[in-house]
Design a protein around this ligand. Structure first.
Ligand SMILES: [Zn+2]
Ligand SMILES: [Zn+2]
Length: 351
């Protein structure tokens, strides 16, 4: 008889969205931790920083000035990775030397005129305005015949390479469908053709049943640690109703998305009592004009912090050369996040 169980023994888990396998080593999470656990120095920022190129009224690169905006503000990235006027063409020198031209539009979204806060510290109605801007931008960009995919994302924190603490995200929209989305389209399509239901719809049903990895639930969305999480505290927000993209969310669903986005990120900040760094983003169907009934709208959160405000997980060595690997299990991470307060640590009165 096998004594195998995933709480005690090394194992691999399948990510059904990408087809990738990840290595989990739960026995290693039991070894004593020698490193120091330090508290973050809380950095109090002003609501307006005259040196910030995202604050209202300030000068950006190339001599452009931001308007005196309130709330959200969107502009085309002054250093766009993609350009609208790339000549079409390709290099095809046999199977070993392939290249294709790529066009697109890159934008920056300021989430707030307030330089000093981030999403978990924003009011629900102001986060709802961010969701509305995502919808507007998605609709506008997806109606552009040049654009076939709209990637909305945020890099938060210096540890994620974000050079400016002003609350902001980005949209890179492109003529091609990027690699991760190609993988997720393939797996979701295969699942939908076989079962007649969406992969994430069925996954969500099973998770709501098991309750092991759930973090927050509201009327229209669930936040959870996916079974196949790679980053220590990786999470997803999944819509209860299968929709192909954000523009199909109802008014009530948009408010629910803002609500769960706020609640999840408050838990993140409370974990190490620090403004929690992550890369997050929306995943949705291609905007090439075809119908993608298999596509199920969701958000990914990939945070690097492992044990404290300064101890991060590195994806090195084995991860670069062989496969992603983690020590604490998805279930342990979910338990830690679940038990955290829903009130932001800066607002907790008993401190
Ligand atoms: Zn600013
Ligand atoms: Zn995805």
């Amino acid at each position: 008889m096998s004594n195998f169980n995933i709480e005690d023994f090394p194992h691999r888990r399948l990510n059904p969205l990408t087809g990738d396998w990840i290595l989990v080593s739960p026995h290693r999470a039991k070894r004593p931790w020698q490193g120091q656990v330090e508290k973050a120095v809380s950095e109090d920022r002003p609501k307006y920083d005259p040196g910030c190129y995202l604050c209202a009224g300030n000068e950006r690169a190339g001599g452009k000035f931001n308007p005196d905006y309130k709330g959200t503000f969107v502009f085309t990235n002054d250093f766009s990775a993609l350009l609208t006027d790339t000549p079409e063409g390709k290099i095809d020198e046999g199977s070993l030397f392939q290249a294709k031209s790529e066009s697109g539009i890159c934008k920056v979204i300021c989430f707030s005129d307030n330089h000093s806060i981030t999403i978990p510290e924003m009011e629900l109605e102001d986060i709802r305005k961010v969701v509305d801007v995502w919808c507007q931008e998605f609709e506008e960009l997806s109606s552009n015949p040049m654009i076939n995919y709209v990637q909305i994302f945020e890099n938060k924190g210096a540890i994620m390479g974000c050079s400016n603490p002003h609350p902001h995200g980005q949209i890179w929209s492109s003529s091609s469908v990027p690699t991760e989305l190609m993988k997720e389209t393939k797996t979701q399509k295969e699942y939908f053709e076989k079962h007649g239901t969406t992969l994430l719809g069925d996954y969500l049903k099973a998770e709501l049943d098991k309750k092991e990895r759930l973090l927050v639930e509201n009327e229209h969305f669930v936040a959870l640690v996916p079974y196949w999480a790679v980053w220590p505290f990786e999470t997803m927000i999944i819509s209860k109703r299968p929709v192909q993209n954000i523009s199909l969310l109802t008014d009530a669903e948009r408010t629910s998305l803002a609500d769960i986005y706020q609640k999840l990120t408050i838990k993140y900040d409370n974990l190490f009592e620090v403004s929690f760094a992550y890369s997050s983003g929306l995943h949705q169907a291609s905007t090439d004009g075809n119908d993608y009934p298999e596509w199920h709208f969701h958000m990914h959160f990939y945070p690097p912090l492992l044990r404290s405000a300064s101890v991060k997980k590195f994806m090195v060595g084995y991860e670069m050369l062989a496969s992603p690997q983690r020590d604490i299990t998805a279930e342990q991470a979910a338990r830690r996040l679940r038990e955290l307060s829903g009130v932001h640590y800066k607002h907790q009165t008993n401190k």
